[in-house]
Design a protein around this ligand. Sequence first.
Ligand SMILES: Nc1ncnc2c1ncn2[C@@H]1O[C@H](COP(=O)(O)OP(=O)(O)O)[C@@H](O)[C@H]1O
Ligand SMILES: [Mg+2]
Length: 347
Amino acid sequence: MTSVPIKFECRHLWKVFGDKAVMAAQQCHHDGGSSHDVAMAADAQGGIIGARDVSFSVGEGELFVVMGLSGSGKSTVLRCLAQLQPPTLGQVMLDGQDLTTLPEKDLMDIRRHKMGMVFQNFGLVPHFTALQNIAFPLKVRGDDPAACAAKAQEMLTLVGLDGRGDAFPAELSGGQQQRVGIARSLAVDPEVWLLDEPFSALDPLIRRQLQDELLDLQSSLKKSILFITHDFAEAVKLADKIAIMRDGLIIQQGTAAELLLNPADDYVRSFVEDVPRLQVLTLADVMTACSPKAGKTAASSIQLAASTSLETAMIALTSGGTTITVMDKGQTVGTVDKSAIIKAVEG
Ligand SMILES: Nc1ncnc2c1ncn2[C@@H]1O[C@H](COP(=O)(O)OP(=O)(O)O)[C@@H](O)[C@H]1O
Ligand SMILES: [Mg+2]
């Protein structure tokens, strides 16, 4: 996989709730305490730990999903990232700059120009129309009124709500309200897009539709995205990379395929269990790699692209043959035999 430049990252991020516990955790860290010691110090003061030693990075144009059960610390991480609440320890880097050291004025500037946020409960102003809601963040930062109106209209069209610009939130369905929320978050042309369970309140059918639309938008917009969900199927569908959280801790992070093929523990395993492996895994995930070379490995084998799903590969194998030559950009990059596919699917 090619690596892209890092857009934003959390480095050893802690969020402790409770004033005494915050001070105890910071003191312990200052005194050279380990991660375990810091947690003990916060615990001893009755603190609640929202995030413990969380580190991850999101590349430019990458869609990074944080996934975990309710209360696992997902929103805490997002709020610390946006500096809506100060981290107890650790750094939040954006474009190589540590946000935890910036004065509030600079942070506000970054939030208004570089970040877009979408929340589960839509967060629309009820007495504003759709267009007024979308234009709101532009007005707040003082953009010219004509430019605000033009941009709001452009965003309304982008999310497929043409003709509904004068509707109030109460006159829109949940899916439409969240489209307005998405349009509003994109109006400022953010570089970083933070979405906290944006589709969790929606019916499954609408949820799937908005997931597809998000992927569609992302293929042209190429934002650097932190997307939060408690739905692993949603994570698998959307993510370039997934981090799984429990009790404020990232238990494991990697691609969907990495989590599927090598779950770190039973918690991760319980999420990946129901994923349709034949559809999610590709030949690239299970192949025996070789150094790229021209031509096929064996005359009798079938040639398929590395991005081919195992499902499609199995269907191809039913026409005869037991080996697949895996191709990428016209070169042979590995081989897969039937038994490797069966092994991967059975886990
Ligand atoms: N302001 C707060 N004060 C005290 N505890 C909090 C606060 N915000 C979150 N928490 C606690 O931090 C933990 C993580 O919460 P949260 O990040 O909201 O979880 P998630 O978004 O994964 O559902 C929970 O135990 C929650 O009760
Ligand atoms: Mg949450």
